[in-house]
Design a protein around this ligand. Structure first.
Ligand code: NIG
Ligand code: FE
Length: 411
C-alpha cells in the first residue's frame, strides 16, 4: 500500500554509540567479518519504515519539522538482530527429558527411545492450529525482547499434512520467514523413511512450497541419510524452495558435500565437522550456520568456528531455539558464547548474527545494517560500548527495539 499523507519521522539522537557491520556485500568472510563501523555520539533518522540517515551528531541535518525524537543518551544502537535458525512451532515442553539428561541420559538415547523430537511431534499434533499460532506469537515476543527483529521459523514438529502446513502459516502470520522442515524425523505411522518421503513430497510439499521460503532436512543417524536428504531436497528445489540442511551435528555423514552439490543456502550445526569439511565449505557459497547454544545445552563439542572463519567460509550465528536441544531465544547469549567458546571476536559475532544471517534468509539488502535504505530495525542497548552485547553473559541489555520505525520500550 502506498503510504498516505506526510512521512512519519523518527530521530534517535545523542546515542552514546552506534555500531553496524562495515565492509562490502554479504556474506562477509575472513577479515571482513571482523569489520564493524563504530560512531560515537550518533544519530539515526528514520522515515516511515526505513533509515534515511545515520552518523555523528555533528553531521545531523538541519531540523526537520514533525519529527518524533527519541533520547539516545547513555544508549548504544546496533542493527535489529537476525535469527536465521529457530524451531518456534512446538507445543508443550521437554522439561522432563531435560531433567533426565541432567541425570545422565543422552539426547540420542532419548530420541532412539521415541522421546526427543517425536514427543514434541505428539504434543504439537494434539494442540491444533490456533494453539500453534498462539505459541509462535509468544516465542516471537520472547525473541523481540532479546533484540531479534527478523527471524526464520521452521515447521518440523507436525510431520503430517495439517500440522506442517499449520506451522508454516503460524510462522508467516507472526511475521517470521517460514522454512519447511518436512524431513525432521520419520513419524511412527511410517515404517521407512522412503515411505514417509513418498507421502511428504506428494501430499505436503505442493502447498508447503507456496508458504515457505526454504526447505530443511535433518541428516543424522536415526533421522535421514544423505541419499534420502538428496531426494527430499531435490524435490523441494524443483518446487522453488531455497535449501538448508541440519548436518554434522553428531556424525559426519556427508551432509557438507550434499549441501555444496545442491547449492544450498546454508548448512547448520557442524559440531562434528573435520578439517576436510572446513576446507570445502570455505571454498563454497554455502553459509555455515553455527548454533553454540545447542553444544552448550547438550554438553557436546562446539563447531570449528575459528577454523571456518580463518579458512574464509561464510559464517552466521543463530540460536536454534527449540524445546529439546537449545531452549534459548537469546542472540546476545549466542554472541557471548561465540566470544567465550567459539573464539570469535565480538565484531565477528555481531556481523554473524546481523548481515550474514540476513544473507542466509536472502534479506541482506534490507536488514542487518544501520545504513540509509535499510529497514528501520534498531536495537538500543542500555550500555555505552556495543561490545557488552557479547561481554555481558546472560545480560539483560535491550532497552528499546525499533521495529520498522516503530519504537517499543523493552525495559
Ligand atoms: O536443530 N537436530 C535436529 N533438530 C533440532 C532439535 C530438535 C529437538 O530436539 O526438538 C536441532 O537441534
Ligand atoms: Fe535446528
Amino acid at each position: 500500500m502506498t503510504p498516505v499523507g506526510p512521512a512519519r519521522r523518527l530521530l534517535v539522537r545523542d546515542l552514546a554509540q552506534l555500531a553496524t557491520p562495515a565492509g562490502g556485500d554479504a556474506p562477509l568472510r575472513g577479515r571482513a567479518l571482523a569489520e564493524v563501523r563504530v560512531v560515537e555520539n550518533a544519530y539515526i533518522l528514520v522515515e516511515d519504515e526505513a533509515i534515511v540517515a545515520a552518523g555523528p551528531m555533528a553531521e545531523l541535518p538541519p531540523s526537520t519539522p514533525d519529527v518524533e525524537e527519541l533520547d539516545g543518551r547513555g544508549l548504544t544502537a546496533v542493527p535489529g538482530l537476525v535469527d536465521c535458525h529457530t524451531h518456534p512451532a512446538f507445543a508443550g515442553d521437554r522439561v522432563d527429558e531435560f531433567a533426565l539428561r541432567a541425570g545422565g541420559a543422552t539426547y540420542e538415547e532419548l530420541h532412539a527411545a521415541g522421546g526427543g523430537i517425536l514427543s514434541t511431534v505428539r504434543a504439537t499434533r494434539a494442540a491444533g492450529e490456533d494453539a500453534i499460532r498462539a505459541v509462535v506469537e509468544r516465542h516471537r515476543d520472547w525473541m523481540l525482547r532479546h533484540g531479534t527483529t527478523t527471524w526464520e521459523g521452521k515447521s518440523g514438529y507436525g510431520l503430517d499434512r495439517d500440522t506442517e502446513l499449520g506451522s508454516l502459516r503460524a510462522v508467516q502470520a507472526a511475521g517470521g520467514v517460514p522454512t519447511f522442515l518436512g524431513a525432521h524425523a520419520v513419524p511412527p505411522e511410517f515404517d521407512t523413511a522412503e515411505a514417509y518421503l513418498d507421502f511428504v513430497l506428494a501430499d505436503v510439499l505442493p502447498e508447503a512450497a507456496v508458504l515457505a521460503a526454504a526447505a530443511d532436512v535433518f541428516v543424522e543417524r536415526g533421522a535421514f541419510t544423505v541419499e534420502e536428504a538428496r531426494r527430499y531436497l531435490e524435490a523441494c528445489a524443483a518446487a522453488g524452495l531455497d535449501l538448508r540442511l541440519h548436518g554434522d551435528q553428531f556424525t559426519e555423514l556427508g551432509a557438507v558435500g550434499l549441501a555444496i552439490e545442491l547449492g544450498a543456502r546454508s548448512i547448520d550445526h557442524l559440531e562434528a565437522t573435520g578439517d576436510d569439511g572446513v576446507r570445502v565449505l570455505a571454498a563454497s557459497d554455502v553459509t555455515a550456520v553455527l548454533l553454540p547454544v545447542s553444544g552448550l545445552f547438550l554438553a557436546r563439542p562446539m563447531p570449528p568456528a575459528r577454523a571456518l572463519v580463518d579458512a574464509g567460509a561464510a559464517v552466521a550465528l543463530a540460536t536454534d531455539f527449540n524445546p529439546g536441544s537449545a531452549f534459548s531465544e537469546s542472540l546476545p547469549l549466542v554472541c557471548s558464547l561465540a566470544a567465550t567458546q567459539l573464539r570469535l571476536s565480538p565484531s565477528e559475532a555481531l556481523n554473524a548474527c546481523t548481515v550474514n544471517a540476513a544473507h542466509v534468509l536472502g534479506r541482506a539488502r534490507s536488514v542487518g545494517r544501520l545504513a540509509p535504505g535499510y529497514r528501520a530495525d534498531i536495537v538500543l542497548l542500555d550500555v555505552t560500548d556495543w561490545r557488552h552485547l557479547a561481554y555481558h553473559l546472560g545480560g539483560d541489555l535491550v532497552h528499546t527495539v525499533v521495529l520498522g520505525g516503530d519504537p517499543r520500550r523493552i525495559r
